[in-house]
Ligand binder design. Sequence first.
Ligand code: ARG
Length: 460
Amino acid sequence: MKLWKGRFSKEVSDITNDFNASIGTDARMIREDITGSIAHATMLADCGIITPEDRDAITDGLRAILAEVEDGRLPIDEKAEDVHTFVEGELTKRVGDAGKRLHTARSRNDQVALDVRLYLRGQTAALDALLKKLIGTLCDMGEAYADAVMAGYTHLQRAQPVSFGHYMLAYGEMLLRDRQRLADCVKRMNINPLGACALAGTTYPTDRFETARLLGMDGVSRNSLDAVSDRDFIIELSAALSIVMVHLSRFSEEIILWCSTEFGYIELDDAFATGSSIMPQKKNPDIPELVRGKAGRVFGDLTTILTVMKGLPLAYNKDMQEDKDCVFDAVDTVKACLTAFIPMLETMTVKTGRMRAGAAAGFINATDCADYLVGKGIPFRDAYAVTGALVARCIELGTTLEALPLDEYQKACDRFDEGVYTAVGLEKCLADRRSYGGPAKENVLAMAQALRGDNENTGA
Ligand code: ARG
């Protein structure tokens, strides 16, 4: 069935049909399409534009179609141009003229704009729930490893002591911002474009505020041209999802490094790792590698929608049909990544002994040694130089600051005494970093608690 016969004297070619069709992509919005149509029919009847009898026939017909599609009794016709055409055609087959009245005071332009908003609203909530779960896991890990000392890095060189718990909570903070961004996206996504019709509203006495209310939307788009042309909400969501992927990809990179024999900080559970077809010894971190790779795909989805939209005049243009594949792909990809990432993280073994050994061998207490001298009245710059020379001496002797004999210390600066060994002890170096946001155990525990609270109070 075509919704636009009449003016045409020929059947449209199969090539045009196939090229034009979007049913393969938009069929997944059938629930939203039907929900929107039920709200539209309800409003039309309440405004006296259709009769209550027609409304009931439409509503019952649409509900039956949805139920049958969802339980597999009614296959979606792949030959239909799009989901809107399929639903209207099926409805008209069932309820006759009432079905033909459904599209009064509506166009597919406002209809599709509504469907995508409703569909992405649901998807955003599902993504948000996954992010919330992941943050909860990171809070658990933050608490469990609040005093598991490890080297923090800059330039991927061992730098200063942190704890594994502190590290996990750093990712938790990023993902919390991601949840806040999703919640912010929903504010502008959950606005009703329906009733803008093709581009210029309608002469029928419609009530767009009623449809918004029926659909649980937070407002009504103010300008009909903007209502059918705006895809900012897709761009915004794709951007927010790209940032999620930046975070997951950085985290994945660390997990990949930490699984290597060279680091040995963690081991993935056998159920969440893979083997090699040729090298029997291999245990590969495929999940984080794929997550890192799929980040590229989501960034591509963002680039697609930005590029589709950048040159379009108002109002609807068929180019805009290209808005869905990319954002659906972004949503599916991020969902799949989170679904694999969470249990992988929950089941991995954390090798705190290896982390401590890595921390002990990395002179990450050198700043604390310099700070110790500052405590003895030496200006920081001089203390820094003395400590640098001591590190060089340790490397020469194949030892560490913890084990360097006191006479070596005193040769470098006569202010050193036995107290230096306490000062450069890794546990003390960690415990003393009590500045707000720093890795001292009590800070990390408080951070985990605060993050849990924010995680409870955020939502998209
Ligand atoms: N399949 C179309 C889309 O996704 C629906 C809107 C069609 N509108 C039109 N004027 N042809 O954009």
